[in-house]
Design a protein around this ligand. Structure first.
Ligand code: CP3
Length: 343
């Protein structure tokens, strides 16, 4: 069985399988070249030849244990008919969703057709991995978790404190719940389609889970993720799920009960201490500081060693605690891989 799948099945594979969040991206010159040839970021995500090509680039360069579909968590709201634009140097910009009419305008019936090119990308990547000799590389499909996707829809993009979405969850609970329900149901269909197209593992990115109070975390992180995991396990019992409730702190203990097979840990958490709160068979993924990879050298290997030492003997997937940043020198990633694989 593939190394990543063994770790997700609860085996302490060593050296651990390794891949990096945002492993396809602007730090790679070959990505920048493809990106420069596409009209915009959404076109890149919806052109299967290009999206498959950039998915495979980091695999060819580094031989990671996993390829992750090249797309974005905001392609689901886009497919639901909500506006989306990626402004150069600014990040995503969306219409601000603030009322019942905006939720009613979301159209789940159109999703399958709009995400069809993304499913083509999944098929191409799966075939490409085999054709190019990466038979042990696992293909990960993904979606944003409903709360994090709602964050961008309600705020209209990124935010420093997500006050609008947190406020809506308290003061317009019925409206907010309708939005979460639409996103939850759409995510189930979207992820299931990715499995049918060839994704072998699914990951749920909940980048802003940690801005919620414990009660709100149970309602809007654990609730919808539990529904998504249950539905996908019914349809695809053999496909493992990785949850990434970023900044969740001790709430990972409750998050483990969602049924996910593995939990991604963010940079600020002591991965040994957090893992001790989780069932011993549950795989853990993380959590090297992306800035340590920018620094490289002994600063990077010291940080990597502390993660590896804490995880030896447990089902573990080496990764970063958040996405790789554009200023990362590609040769530092090569040195990191060499270090992890020499364990
Ligand atoms: O290699 C991979 O990890 C797969 C592709 C992927 C992207 N985004 C490509 C991308 C994945 C899994 C994501 C997830 C994603 N997208 C998250 C969750 C993880 C996290 O980082 O917290 C979030 C919150 C988003 C939303 C998003 N997309 C933002 C805020 C931005 C702008 C900031 C930035 O990094 O530019 C994006 C754009 C984006 N998504 C880029 C890439 C490679 C850069 C766009 C470009 O090439 O111009």
């Amino acid at each position: 069985m593939k190394r990543l799948l063994r770790a997700l099945g609860g085996e302490a594979v060593w050296p651990p399988p390794v891949w990096l969040m945002r492993q396809a991206g602007r730090y790679l010159p070959e990505y920048r070249a493809v990106r420069a040839g596409a009209p915009d970021f959404i076109a890149l995500c919806t052109t299967p030849e290009l999206a498959a090509e950039v998915t495979l680039q980091p695999i060819r360069r580094y031989g990671f244990d996993a390829a992750i579909l090249f797309s974005d968590i905001l392609m689901l709201p886009w497919a639901l008919g909500h506006g989306l634009e990626f402004k150069e140097g600014e990040g995503p910009v969306l219409p601000r969703l603030r009322d019942a009419a905006a939720v009613a305008a979301l159209d789940p019936a159109r999703v399958a057709q709009r995400v069809a090119p993304i499913m083509q990308t999944v098929r191409r990547v799966r075939a490409g991995l085999l054709n190019e000799g990466f038979a042990d590389t696992t293909l990960i499909g993904f979606a944003g978790a409903p709360f994090t996707v709602a964050c961008y829809m309600v705020e209209g993009g990124g935010s420093k404190d997500f006050a609008a979405v947190r406020g809506m969850a308290y003061s317009q609970p019925a409206l907010f719940q309708r939005l979460m329900d639409v996103l939850t149901e759409a995510s189930i269909e979207y992820l299931s389609a990715q499995v049918q197209a060839g994704a072998e593992v699914l990951m749920l990115f909940d980048s802003w889970a940690g801005v919620l109070s414990p009660l709100q975390f149970r309602a809007h992180v654990i609730g919808p993720v539990t529904r998504i995991v249950a539905a996908l396990k019914r349809r695809h019992p053999a496909v493992p799920l990785i949850g990434f409730p970023r900044l969740a702190g001790v709430m990972v203990r409750d998050y483990a009960a969602t049924g996910v097979d593995a939990i991604g840990i963010d940079t600020g958490s002591d991965i040994g201490a957090v893992s001790a709160m989780l069932p011993a068979h549950m795989a853990v993924q993380g959590n090297l500081d992306p800035l340590a990879v920018v620094a490289g050298g002994s600063a990077m290997t010291r940080e990597a060693a502390s993660v590896l030492d804490a995880m030896r003997g447990r089902p573990f997937i080496f990764n970063l605690g958040h996405g790789i940043v554009p200023q990362t020198p590609p040769e530092h990633v090569a040195a990191l891989l060499e270090y992890v694989r020499a364990q």
